[in-house]
Design a protein around this ligand. Structure first.
Ligand SMILES: [Cu+2]
Length: 128
């Protein structure tokens, strides 16, 4: 009985220690979900073959994290050539892409899967 209690205590201690280590790393390493390095979070849906919304307006110098779901049955991709964005994501998957728009203008975001852009899987990013 005593050994069992001791073992349970040791396990609880190990778990809380592991939790402390994990949360400590998340706070200092950056890139965690609560990290402010993500900038403004913009939610977007997509499917076969569309983005919703297909127009985005942001400010120059702003850091944006797009959270994009794939509601279709095909693999898709979000690409914004001017800002180095290029990310594939599978059906049912939701991905996060962070970028900083360092210049103003109108830019195209699109899916680089063959034929998708031509089928209308694109949109306009306006940076003011
Ligand atoms: Cu696509």
């Amino acid at each position: 009985m005593r050994e069992w209690h001791a073992a349970r205590f040791a396990l609880a201690f190990a778990i809380s220690l592991a939790f402390l280590i994990v949360s400590g790393c998340g706070g200092s390493a950056g890139g965690g979900a609560a990290d402010t390095g993500e900038g403004r979070v913009v939610t977007m849906a997509s499917g076969d073959n569309w983005f919703d919304p297909d127009e985005l307006e942001i400010s120059r110098g702003e850091t944006i994290t797009l959270v994009i779901s794939n509601d279709g049955v095909l693999t898709h991709n979000i690409s914004i050539d001017e800002f180095g964005v290029k990310k594939d994501y599978r059906p049912g998957e939701t991905v996060r892409v962070t970028f900083t728009a360092d210049r103003a203008g109108e830019f195209e975001f699109y899916c680089d899967e063959p034929g998708h852009r031509e089928a209308g899987m694109l949109g306009v990013l306006r940076v003011r």
